[in-house]
Design a protein. Structure first.
Length: 109
């Protein structure tokens, strides 16, 4: 088991949760891929997308069938604008390009 996966499983167990960790060899890079892999509708998948509000990284959790409106996100955050984080910004904010592999917690506001 990869150390990051073991860390998630350990954290769940420490919180009193039993989780089953599964690996999908076909990959789950998109919400549609993830839905196919687990046998559900795309709307039942939650995408985790990193945006930048100025210099501040923001993690948006979005239904697989929906898109984030950067203007509405900016308004909700009280920011002038938001934009998708590039790979380096996402990695700096959460320890990896993908929030599914996040190594560190992002602050909740």
């Amino acid at each position: 088991m990869h150390p990051n996966v073991a860390r998630v499983a350990d954290a769940a167990r420490d919180a009193g949760l039993e989780i089953a960790v599964e690996r999908f060899p076909e990959g789950t890079r998109t919400a549609a891929d993830a839905a196919r892999a687990v046998g559900c509708d795309v709307g039942q998948i939650v995408k985790s997308l990193v945006f930048m509000a100025g210099e501040r990284p923001v993690l948006a959790l979005v239904s697989g069938v929906n898109r984030v409106d950067p203007g509405k996100l900016a308004g909700a955050l009280g920011a002038e604008t938001t934009r998708r984080a590039d790979g380096d910004e996402a990695r700096a904010a959460q320890g990896s390009r993908s929030a599914a592999c996040r190594r560190s917690a992002m602050p909740v506001r």
